[in-house]
Design a protein around this ligand. Structure first.
Ligand SMILES: Cc1cc2nc3c(=O)[nH]c(=O)nc-3n(C[C@H](O)[C@H](O)[C@H](O)COP(=O)(O)OP(=O)(O)OC[C@H]3O[C@@H](n4cnc5c(N)ncnc54)[C@H](O)[C@@H]3O)c2cc1C
Length: 512
């Protein structure tokens, strides 16, 4: 969208028969009719970032997608060894949330407000870093970045930092499980990422009518209106070069000439599989298959999509945090084994959006974090066990009864299926976001040493997750437009909006 709006001639080659990638739609037929699911993302955060992209094309996101702010944002079911789990509904009403936290631990309730205020300052300071390419440590020497450093505590983990605010482990869990959005454990995740819960409380968690996949379809429609050609079922086999200059791509055995190629496929996978060895050798830090495979990767996920008769009393999002939380994280991130009593997340979109299932029915999306494919688990052989673990959690923790009789249709996706979608090691949240692989240490938006090869998406800075891949696309597009001498159509880095600005759907067009 950004490149086409800036005047570039753009063609998209998409390997799958449809657009969307991890943000695709699944539709399963049951006896009552069609059940719809998002394949991956279900939490839409910071909608204003995608709106900036629509604005660059003279349109508004709110004209193309119906957004609903969720309250409660999600229900947390916090497992406790030897006790029944503690339930906490997260709300954007900060006074009310502080009260709910205070019921668990009085001093933590007061600390919650301080945590929110401190993270507002931290996100404000970090925002410029999220919006620009970080090519080398020199890019970190800019005055606004130096100003951000005291807020960032680069060598502390999320967990370390939270112990400064909260004494109750359950309260710490409520503002640290979000590290899993990056596929990481809060014990390893850099403390910068306490901005994740802040972003939820400040800007809300949104559902998009029809599922988050609608965002991708709206973007594809906007592209096509601007003359972008989108070819589906068109996997790129490799890039072609003359010396260091890219000359195009090979698709279906045929060469297609292009002046520039932006690779949106999973960055580690694309570097390994689409670049010839001589070209890959020039990519600093990622210069061979072995170097790429030695990097740290996020976890993977097992998924179950169930079309069931009847409704449930689950809110839109429910997150169960294992009673063996630390063991569960250690098994996923370090030991590479499947867990007992695994943390599990369930999305019940019909709580907000009746279009996701036939009348009187529910589309239940179940996600269980697992190790990625670099472990010794034979995920094909363990498919039955993972499915049963998720069904057991649905009954035992989420209170869904008579599942076997009620299920009309189902689909399962495991780490090996993610890997088959060209995701390196099936690491669904991409390269890990540890300090050694962030900023200038992540694959670059413009591949240095090569001419005309660009990257975009979760494998680049700032990282994995929908709002940040949209930031990544702004960075790559701006750099490419600068190089082509095109007037970049994107909005200038606008700084943080006030909390209400995120409420796009409710705002008059003139103010957006
Ligand atoms: C289970 C799950 C849950 C998630 N939940 C959330 C959430 O709630 N909120 C959130 O913000 N984020 C979430 N994420 C993260 C989010 O989905 C990703 O960060 C984001 O979608 C990555 O976008 P991307 O463009 O980098 O990659 P992708 O979406 O994977 O896009 C890459 C595209 O490249 C295509 N491709 C691959 N190889 C080729 C080839 N050879 N030729 C042509 N095309 C090719 C793929 O088919 C795909 O369409 C979740 C991810 C998963 C997997």
């Amino acid at each position: 969208m950004l490149l086409a709006a800036s005047g570039a001639k753009v063609r998209v080659y998409e390997a799958q028969p449809h657009v969307g990638g991890r943000t695709s739609r699944i539709t399963l037929g049951g006896e009552s009719g069609d059940f719809h699911f998002d394949l991956g993302p279900t939490f839409f955060l910071m909608p204003y970032v995608l709106d900036e992209i629509f604005q660059a094309t003279g349109q508004r996101l709110a004209d193309h997608a119906q957004l609903t702010r969720l309250d409660p944002m999600y229900r947390l079911v916090l497992g406790r060894p030897g006790k029944s789990p503690l339930t906490l509904d997260a709300t954007q009403d900060i006074d009310e949330m502080a009260r709910r936290v205070g019921e668990i631990n009085a001093s933590d309730g007061a600390a919650f407000k301080r945590f929110i205020a401190d993270n507002r300052a931290k996100l404000n300071a970090a925002e410029p870093i999220l919006r620009r390419a970080i090519r080398s440590p020199l890019d970190l020497m800019k005055p606004d970045v130096l100003k951000a450093l005291p807020h960032i505590n680069p060598h502390k983990s999320v967990h370390d930092l939270l112990t400064k605010y909260f004494s109750d482990p359950q309260v710490r869990l409520a503002v640290s499980f979000q590290s899993k959005y990056l596929g990481m454990s809060p014990f390893d995740c850099p403390s910068l990422f306490t901005i994740l819960p802040f972003i939820e409380y400040e800007y809300g968690i949104w559902h998009v009518d029809g599922g988050l996949n609608r965002l991708m379809h709206s973007m594809a429609e906007a592209c096509e209106r601007m003359g972008v050609e989108i070819l589906t079922d068109a996997p790129v086999e490799r890039l072609t070069f003359e010396g260091t200059r890219v000359t195009g791509v090979v698709v279906g055995g045929e060469q297609h000439k292009h002046d520039n190629v932006v690779m949106n496929a999973d960055a580690p996978w694309a570097l390994k599989n689409l670049l010839p060895t001589e070209a890959l050798r020039k990519v600093s830090g990622y210069s061979s298959e072995q170097a790429i495979d030695r990097k740290k990767y996020s976890c993977s996920t097992a998924m179950l999509y169930l079309g069931v008769s009847g409704e449930t009393d689950l809110p839109h999002h429910t997150i169960y945090v294992s009673s063996r939380y630390e063991d569960n994280l250690n098994e996923i991130s370090n030991l590479g084994t499947l867990s007992k009593d695994p943390s599990t997340y369930v999305c019940n979109p019909v709580a907000t959006d009746a279009s996701m299932a036939p009348p009187g029915c529910s589309s239940l999306y179940v996600l269980m974090p697992t190790p990625n494919m670099r472990c010794d688990v034979d995920f094909q052989a363990e498919r039955g066990r993972m499915r049963q673990d998720m069904l057991d959690q649905l009954e035992r923790i989420f209170g869904i009864e008579d599942l076997a009789e009620r299920t009309q249709c189902e689909k399962m996706v495991g780490p090996d299926d993610w890997a088959a979608m060209n995701i390196n090691h099936g690491a669904t949240f991409n390269l890990a976001h540890n300090l050694g692989q962030m900023l200038h240490n992540r694959p670059k938006h413009k591949l240095q040493g090569l001419d005309g090869v660009w990257l975009v998406g979760g494998g680049t800075h700032p990282g994995s997750g929908l709002p940040v891949i949209f930031l990544s696309s702004q960075i790559t597009s701006r750099m490419l437009c600068d190089q082509l001498g095109l007037n970049y159509a994107g909005v200038e880095a606008p700084g943080l909006p006030p909390a209400a600005k995120a409420d796009l759907a409710a705002m008059p067009a003139a103010l957006v």
